[in-house]
Design a binder for this molecule. Structure first.
Ligand SMILES: Cc1cc2nc3c(=O)[nH]c(=O)nc-3n(C[C@H](O)[C@H](O)[C@H](O)COP(=O)(O)OP(=O)(O)OC[C@H]3O[C@@H](n4cnc5c(N)ncnc54)[C@H](O)[C@@H]3O)c2cc1C
Ligand code: SF4
Length: 338
């Protein structure tokens, strides 16, 4: 690890000022991703701004009737919060599908949104990687790309965003509250993470001095018909090969509203509102779910080792929608596929 200086501010404005005082400064929350990246020499901050003393650790009702979750609420507290597990069980399940209990106790809401890709070459500083070193090339494109993306890729990068929680948040149309040098603003979840395009080094639309202060959940009811289905290489903690967050609102035997977001397939949680529109007004049955799955994966492209994700994704979407329609979500305690 390289030497760095350290600050521990106690208010948001001071934290934003602190991170602006050094172009190579980084915020640190739970440290479960940043410290790993520092050990691998992928991240080399010269200053760490520890935000754990900021008053951002509460879950409160928002003025619109939803919930506002402070950026420092640990993933475990968020998943098990009674308001969250009752009103937004899809979020609870997506969080509990991720990492291990110890990691979830340390990991924060803001840090989870900003965790970096698990592409093997991103962590290996001996190999070219456009995300780590812009312009150096992409080793995954013709390399070992089993875990890489099939949707929204570019010729510069085929990395995936690894978070489970973010897939749940995307399906629930969450909003991210951000404080920066020019004050506060709100970014809808679908605009928060970016596709790689020509700038794969930029994971999100945050500025370098922006601090996530909260995540807001709208006042919507998807608590009866939902499912978070995560497919991975082993039952113990592992990142998703493909995951699906599905939520339906049923009315009179038809789908009144649908939400579908995918994880493990793209540089960002992949939500397809056209596929959701396609489901609206239909009877919830397998043929309809297949149409939605085909629509979502219409432009999917494999890179060799990850070709299997296209068919896996199609089947996972159909299964998650069927579980959501039946009101029998995949339990995250028993991680075998039901
Ligand atoms: C072995 C292992 C297995 C894992 N498995 C999974 C999994 O299956 N699914 C999954 O979703 N995740 C998984 N994770 C990732 C884990 O969820 C993340 O590491 C964690 O959520 C990051 O949160 P943190 O608070 O520790 O972030 P930190 O490491 O503190 O920070 C991460 C990044 O966010 C920035 N940051 C943090 N907070 C803020 C803020 N409020 N505003 C602006 N910037 C901020 C930091 O500067 C840093 O760049 C795993 C991690 C490990 C180590
Ligand atoms: S896929 Fe992206 S993160 Fe992986 S090697 Fe290529 S440029 Fe780097």
């Amino acid at each position: 690890m390289n030497p760095f200086s350290y600050a521990r501010p106690s208010d948001v404005a001071e934290a934003v000022r602190e991170v602006g005082s050094d172009p190579h400064a980084r915020f640190i929350a739970g440290g479960t991703n940043l410290v790993d990246l520092m050990k691998y020499n992928v991240e080399r901050p010269t200053r760490l701004v520890d935000i754990t003393r900021l008053p951002l650790d509460r879950i409160e009702k928002s003025p619109g009737g939803g919930l506002k979750i402070g950026a420092l609420v640990p993933n475990s507290d968020l998943a098990y919060d009674p308001q969250v597990s009752k009103r937004y069980p899809l979020l609870t399940d997506s969080i509990l599908a991720g990492a291990s209990p110890q990691l979830r106790n340390m990991a924060s809401t803001g840090g989870n949104l900003l965790q970096r890709t698990r592409c093997l070459y991103f962590y290996d500083t001996g190999t070219p990687c456009n995300k780590r070193e812009p312009g150096s090339g992409c080793s995954a494109m013709n390399g070992v790309n089993r875990i890489n993306a099939i949707l929204g890729t570019s010729d510069k990068c085929i990395a995936t965003h690894p978070s489970d929680m973010c897939v749940g948040l995307a399906a629930l149309a969450a909003k991210v509250h951000v404080a920066g040098p020019d004050g506060e603003r709100v970014i809808p979840m679908e605009d928060f993470h970016r596709l790689p395009g020509d700038e794969p080094q930029r994971d999100t639309n945050l500025g370098p001095r922006d601090l996530i202060v909260a995540v807001e959940l709208p006042d919507e009811d998807f608590s009866s018909n939902y499912s978070y289905l995560k497919l991975r290489d082993r039952l113990s903690y592992a990142f998703a090969l493909v995951s699906v967050a599905a939520a339906l609102r049923l009315d009179g035997g038809r789908i009144a509203e649908a939400r579908i977001a995918l994880g493990g397939v793209a540089h960002k949680p992949w939500r397809d509102t056209a596929a959701e529109d396609l489901l609206r007004g239909k009877v919830p049955e397998e043929a309809v779910f297949r149409q939605a799955a085909d629509h979502i994966l219409r432009d999917a492209k494999g890179f060799g080792h990850n070709d299997f994700k296209i068919d896996l994704g199609r089947r996972a979407i159909v299964r998650a929608l069927a579980q959501a329609a039946a009101g029998t979500p995949q339990t995250q305690i028993d991680k075998r596929i039901q």
